[in-house]
Design a protein around this ligand. Sequence first.
Ligand code: ATP
Ligand code: MG
Length: 397
Amino acid sequence: MIEKQVLKNITVLYAEDESVIQEGITETLNLFGINVICVQNGQEGFTSFKASREKIDLILTDIKMPKLDGIGMIEKIREIDKDIPIIITTAHQETTFLMQSIELNISAYVLKPIDIYKLEDNLIKAIESKVLKEELIEKNKKLEIEIQKNEEKQRIIETQSRFAAMGEMISMIAHQWRQPLASIGTASFNLKYKLLTEKFNLDSKEGREEQASFFSKKLDEIEFYVQNLTTTIDDFKNFFKTDKIVSNTIIERPINNTLKILEKDLKANNIELTLDFKSQNQINIYENEITHVFINILKNAQDKFLEKDIENAKIEIKTQDFEDGVKIEIYDNGGGIKEEDLDVIFEPYFSTKKEKNGTGIGLYMSKIIVEKNHQGKLFAKNTKDGISFFIILHSMI
Ligand SMILES: Nc1ncnc2c1ncn2[C@@H]1O[C@H](COP(=O)(O)OP(=O)(O)OP(=O)(O)O)[C@@H](O)[C@H]1O
Ligand SMILES: [Mg+2]
C-alpha cells in the first residue's frame, strides 16, 4: 500500500491505438491515482510529449501503431530526453524488436494481455528509480554548490592569511628600520651642521684632512646603516619561510653586531654597558633574526632610561652555556615593569609608549623569533631596580 503512494498524481503519457485496451488500462491507472494523457499513435505521442514534457513522468506505449510505431516514437523522444522512464506493452509475437530497443533505455516490457498487477509493479519500480535519480541529481547539485562555496571560502582564507603575513612582515621591517633610519638622520645632520658652522679650517692642509676624515667616517656610518636596512628587508622577507640559512656561531657574534648598531646611541645617552661573555658553545641559529631580538631588548631598556630620566643607567649582558645551548641575560636598571604587565608585554600591540609612537610589536616579534623560529625561550623577570630578559637557545639541526 505504501509503495502505491509513489504513483499518486504522477502523469503518464499512454500511446495505444486499440481504444478498448486504452480505455480499460486508463481506467485502472486512474484508480491508482495516475493522470493519463492518451494518444493513439507515435506521432501524436511525440507531439504531446513535446507539448507537456515538464508534466510527464513516464511513458507507456504499445509497439504496433499507425503513422509512427512505438519504437519510432521512443527514438524521437530519446533524442530530446535520455532519462524519462518508458514501459512498453507488447504481444508475444512482437519480441523481435527487443534487441533493437536495448539502446533506447527501456524500463520494462509488459506482455499483452496486460496483467494489471505486473503493470502496477513495473510502474512503481520505474517511478521509484526516477525519483531516486532526481534526488541524486538534486543532491549532487547541492554538493557541487557546497564544494564551490568551500573552495571560495578557502581561497578567501588563504588570501587573508597571506595579507596578514605580509602586513606583519611589513610592520616588522618598519619597526627594525626605525633605529638605522634615526642613525642615518643623525649622521647626515652632523655632516650638515659641521659644514654650515664652518668647523674646518679649509685654508690649512690639516683642516682639509680633518674634514675629509670626518666626512669619510660619517659616510661610512651611513653606508653601514643603509646596509643594515637592506639586510633587514631580507631577514623579514624570509621570516615565514622554513628553508632559511642557519649559521653556526657562538652567541657573542650577534651580540657584537647589535652593539655595533646601537653603540653610538648608548654612549650618547650615557648608558653604561657591562659585558660578561662566558658561553663557548657553538650553536646553529638564524643569526640575523637573533640580532633583531637583542636590538629590540636593548632599545626598550634605552627607552625606559629616557622615559624615567635614570641617572646611572646600566645594561648588563651575560652569556653562559646551558645544556647544549646558551642562556643570555640582559638586565637594565630602568625600574622594571608593573608586575601585572609582565604577562602581556609579549603580546602584539601592547605598549606603554603609545604617545611616543610605540607600536608594541618589538617584544612580540622577538618572542616569535626565539620561541617559534628557534624553539627557544624568552621571558622576563623584575629585579629590585629593573628587569632582566632571559633568552635560552638550543642548537637547531
Ligand atoms: N626594559 C624594559 N623596562 C620596562 N618596561 C619594558 C622594558 N621592555 C619592554 N617594556 C614594556 O613592554 C612594552 C612592550 O614592548 P615592545 O618592545 O613590544 O613595544 P614598545 O617598545 O612599546 O613599542 P616599539 O617597540 O614599537 O617602540 C613596552 O611598551 C614597555 O611597557
Ligand atoms: Mg620596543
